[in-house]
Ligand binder design. Structure first.
Ligand SMILES: [Zn+2]
Length: 382
């Protein structure tokens, strides 16, 4: 029996090449069918989605949800799931010594599907008072590897933040240890770039297909553009061999100007993510839908921004057969969005001074289904 029928919404599922009005039927927590005029079939719940967009559950591959432990931490259900992200990845808030708590108190009890990159630093990102790898003794590679091996169901790989503020003078050593640990586990690296040391081309030389470079459109020194504003050859080469360049908006890592220049040179992001945490939740990031709206404003199409928050991140976290699509048989994670017309102010997180643009439209969360269960729904018309 159909548990849930989402009726009459505009379905966008790039993984299936779908972009049009369809019904979506859910049975046993899985997508049962997507089609025109599906029978209600005694469905326990019918959602009138006319006027709304219906997409695969959105995936945010850069968040910080270790609430109460990391100084960045927010509650994933109250912030991410409640605004449309059904799957989130914690980007290195925990390390080998603090991951058991992330698993027990966050991952296992949240309705949001939570996965994580493990920080190379055994303590993770606990405090802003000191960088997590300024003292190289925190780079306990043996403990990190053991933790990765024991938690392969939820850990995706190793995270490192390659900046002097986090690594002190240990940049080269951190990069080497992170690469070795990742390779030993056979898992990718997520690398935070900023005012990077070692220089970005040297970092990229160590990356492989499947690795993620996050904060790709930041505007501090050491970014993806050269002084003339051209995308660095090393950046293009890395993207060409399968490295994901991820947005990771954050509070100081997304500049409209850099994104404009990159897009003008045909360098779109590999994934759109928020880097949502306590210091940007109340602006300028707010939620994934707002970050998607910024890319709509920059000229990407609606199917493109949905692709970059569903199919692409699902591939990046190697779950493309389970989520990131509404293909029958996939997990019934579904997001409903309203495309709100009318002027909306959107602010970036440029380091050189924030820029606010007036956008003609914005995506607003309107509903979420997680594993077949309705989490919330606000009808879009009326
Ligand atoms: Zn982050």
């Amino acid at each position: 029996m159909t548990e849930l029928l989402i009726r009459g919404g505009h379905v966008i599922d790039p993984a299936q090449g779908l972009d049009g009005v369809r019904d979506v039927a859910v049975r046993g927590g899985r997508i049962a069918a997507v089609g025109l005029d599906l029978p209600a079939d005694g469905a326990a719940q019918v959602l009138d989605a006319r006027g709304l967009l219906v997409t695969p559950g959105l995936i945010d591959i850069h968040t910080h949800i270790y609430e109460g432990v990391s100084h960045y931490g927010i509650n994933p259900d109250a912030t991410c799931l409640a605004t449309g992200a059904t799957t989130v990845v914690d980007a290195g808030s925990s390390g080998a010594q603090t991951f058991p708590g992330l698993r027990k108190y966050i991952i296992e009890v949240s309705q949001t599907r939570v996965l994580a990159y493990l920080n190379l630093s055994a303590m993770g990102m606990l405090s802003e008072l000191a960088g997590e790898l300024e003292d190289i003794r925190y780079a306990d590679t043996r403990a990190a590897l053991k933790t990765l091996e024991a938690n392969r169901d939820v850990l995706l790989g190793i995270k490192v933040r390659m900046e002097p503020g986090m690594c002190g003078a240990n940049g080269y050593q951190v990069l080497k240890l992170a690469r070795e640990t990742s390779d030993a586990a056979g898992l990718p690296l997520m690398i935070h770039i900023g005012d990077t040391f070692p220089p970005l081309p040297e970092i990229l030389a160590e990356t492989r297909a499947g690795d993620v470079v996050t904060h790709c459109y930041h505007d501090r020194p050491g970014g993806i553009l050269d002084e003339a504003g051209r995308v660095l050859p090393a950046v293009r080469a890395a993207a060409a061999r399968g490295v994901f360049f991820d947005v990771g908006h954050g509070r100081g890592s997304f500049a409209f100007q850099v994104a404009r220049q990159a897009l003008a040179q045909d360098f779109p992001p590999g994934t759109i993510s928020t880097d949502l945490h306590i210091h940007n939740l109340h602006g300028p990031v707010f939620d994934l839908a707002t970050t998607m709206s910024k890319f709509l404003h920059l000229g990407l199409t609606l199917p493109q921004v949905v692709d970059l928050t569903t199919r692409h991140p699902a591939r990046s976290i190697r779950l493309e057969n389970e989520i990131g699509t509404l293909r029958p048989g996939a997990c019934a994670d579904v997001t409903l969005l309203r495309l709100q017309e009318g002027p909306v102010q959107l602010t970036d997180a440029a380091d050189k001074g924030r820029e606010t643009v007036t956008a003609e439209r914005a995506l607003v969360p309107a509903g979420v289904v997680r594993a077949g269960r309705l989490i919330f729904f606000r009808n879009g018309h009326g």
